[in-house]
Design a protein around this ligand. Structure first.
Ligand code: ASP
Length: 419
């Protein structure tokens, strides 16, 4: 039985068991079951937290170190970076705006995470200037301290620096580069193990949620799923094609016709990494992207550019805050955006990777990591659509980058002729 089917069945059983437990409130059976379910769910969430930092670190080091230095390539990666940051920022703005527009998660007051929330400290006194001072003070620190404390931002900065050093050092650091790749592969293997536990974890989390909470949370969840799916589709069908048309001078019809195999594969596998060979093929053969551009932009984009994931994580953080009756201030929403951007950088292109990095987005504004329990049941469903948009973004950027670097080449050639 595929993992997807197992997760679906576990979710159904979890909900059913939660309702069943509700028939025996305040009995030994109820308390004993809740205790057992708490242990199971803590193991699952604990394992996800355990892998978070090494995963983000190795994923970014590998993504950056696969770049190559050099003249024309330097230009290519600047344009690629500019495109990634622009599309991800637009996705984040869209995600937050739609979550606000539809008031996702407002009106239910859940107490599930009360213990965690008693320690919640709202950093709402943050002003823009103190935000930057805090940012610098918390980011440029001893990397070992950052690893030990789970300071994701500092880990990301250190990983980026190591990645750039590996690019600059070239052959000299090939051993460290190979080591980083192996650390990343090991992390992926371990995520695979944890995912095998996902049905059990999801069963426990859901049963506990239903047995101890107001079930209206479920209808809010369906509403949230609809809003996120609609917004992600809007980003993929309107925003990205518009940018492609303006900057890549390519009609969306040509784009979708040429990339449909890759997009369908992304939908079916929920994995940008698994889809990467097809994305590369579609970009080169059907969109006319030169092999040197596709060979550079698509692997990098697969690792680091995830519009769908960023959009989902920003909207989900707002949803959880609303469920808990917390109003996030503007500076907190900025932090959510920044962390969601980093989370999408650090998420590898595998199914449900966004679920692991979601933890850091929640924690960035003091929301409890346990709150992903609410999102887990719908995560695999939403993952299909967000992976399509992630893959679409990579191929679209390859078209834009190819066009601009091609023009640059032409200008250089003209100049040489004139000389
Ligand atoms: N499954 C997504 C991808 O492969 C990552 C995520 O979970 O958001 O692109």
């Amino acid at each position: 039985m595929s993992l997807n089917t197992q997760i679906l069945i576990a979710a159904i059983f979890g909900v059913a068991f939660g309702f069943f437990l509700n028939l025996f409130p305040e009995t030994g059976f109820f308390t004993g079951s809740i205790y057992g379910l708490s242990i199971l769910s803590s193991i699952f969430i604990g394992l996800l937290k355990l892998l978070l930092i090494p995963l983000i670190f190795s994923s970014i080091v590998v993504g950056v170190s696969n770049l190559q230095s050099g003249g024309q390539l330097g230009k290519t990666w600047k344009i690629t970076l500019a495109c990634c940051v622009t599309t991800t920022t637009l996705a984040l703005i869209l995600g937050l705006s739609c979550a606000h527009l539809f008031d996702v998660g407002k009106g239910v007051d859940i107490s599930l995470f009360q213990d965690a929330m008693t320690q919640h400290q709202t950093p709402d006194t943050l002003t823009p200037s103190s935000f930057f001072t805090n940012f610098i003070q918390n980011t440029l620190i001893n990397p070992f301290k950052a690893f030990a404390e789970g300071n994701v931002l500092a880990v990301v900065v250190f990983a980026l620096m190591i990645g750039v050093a590996l690019v600059k050092g070239g052959e000299k650091f090939s051993t460290v580069k190979a080591l980083s790749q192996q650390v990343f592969d090991i992390m992926m293997l371990m995520i695979g193990w944890v995912m095998k536990l996902a049905p059990l974890g999801i069963f426990a989390l859901l049963a506990k949620l239903i047995a101890t909470e107001d079930v209206s949370v479920l209808s809010r969840l369906a509403e949230f799923a609809a809003v996120v799916t609609g917004t992600t589709i809007f980003h993929g069908v309107v925003v990205l094609p518009l940018l492609l048309w303006i900057f890549g001078k390519m009609s969306p019809v040509t784009f979708f016709k040429g990339t449909r195999t890759a997009l369908i594969t992304a939908f079916a596998t929920s994995s940008s990494s698994a889809t990467m060979p097809l994305s590369m093929k579609c970009a080169q053969e059907n969109l006319g992207v030169r092999p040197q551009t596709a060979g550079f932009v698509i692997p990098l984009g697969t690792q680091l550019n995830m519009d769908g994931t960023a959009l989902y994580e920003a909207a989900a953080a707002l949803f959880i805050a609303n469920l808990m009756g917390l109003d996030l201030s503007i500076s907190q929403q900025l932090i959510v955006c920044l962390t969601a951007m980093i989370a999408s950088l650090g998420a590898p292109g595998i199914p449900s990777a966004g679920m692991v990095t979601m933890i850091m987005v929640l924690q960035s504004v003091g929301l409890p990591a346990e709150a992903i329990a609410i999102l887990l049941p719908i995560d695999r469903l939403l993952d299909t659509v967000r992976t399509v948009v992630n893959v679409q973004g990579d191929m679209m950027i390859s078209v834009v980058v190819d066009r601009y670097t091609n023009e640059n080449d032409a200008i250089v050639k003209e100049g040489n002729k004139a000389v």
